[in-house]
Design a protein around this ligand. Sequence first.
Ligand SMILES: CC(=O)[C@@H](O)[C@H](O)COP(=O)(O)O
Ligand SMILES: NCC(=O)COP(=O)(O)O
Length: 238
Amino acid sequence: MARLSVNINKIATLRNSRGGNNPNLVQLAKDCERFGAQGITVHPRPDERHIRYQDVYDLKKIVTTEFNIEGNCQEEKFVELVLANEPEQVTLVPDALGQITSNHGWDTVKNQDYLKEIIPVFQKAGIRVSIFVDPIVEMVEAASTTGTDRIELYTEAYAQQYLQNKEAAIALYTAAAQVAQKLGLGINAGHDLDLDNLQYFAENVPGLDEVSIGHALITDALYYGLENTIQMYLRQLR
Ligand SMILES: CC(=O)[C@@H](O)[C@H](O)COP(=O)(O)O
Ligand SMILES: NCC(=O)COP(=O)(O)O
């Protein structure tokens, strides 16, 4: 069964909107784990629009499941932040500054030499490395030669096509996962996964280790409550 890592970026968005500490991000992360979350994911961005760099230090002290820090390793401050906190996993995402959200994976062919250089920096600190990739076989194959431990399949395209044609939506992901498995890569996935599309994804992506879900899960929690929502998402993965 794939693990559920809850991305709490949007809780930080709500907190920052009033300048105070409500909702309390640290308490919410503790509660997510108590409700069944098998990991906590954060994505500190250079503009600190939601997760602040200090949040990472505060969360590191209390996360007892798996701490996954996502971000752009081309930002020197991000590398320092991750090495200072030594999470279980770092997910390297090639975001440009000012993007409203993450919207593409690495070109693992063009960035092969760079990734081969930066990935061991984290691995030498005992941190598992996952790199964000689109579901393209060539990108997965080139990911395997970078030395990364895992890939994270970028699932926005799946989510967008799922309601119109789920068989077509899943095809590239199933194929990419089959190649990743053959190459000995761990397989994570994330972005726009939700209560409607998650189960079908998990059933058709072999070797799926972890999904990280934030935006839809936090939105659902406004209607169903956080504890119930986390349990609803976990049931989609059983
Ligand atoms: C990498 C990815 O797809 C998401 O994890 C990302 O963290 C979403 O970032 P925002 O919450 O800033 O949209
Ligand atoms: N890596 C994906 C993630 O952490 C959350 O993405 P989303 O569910 O907020 O789209």
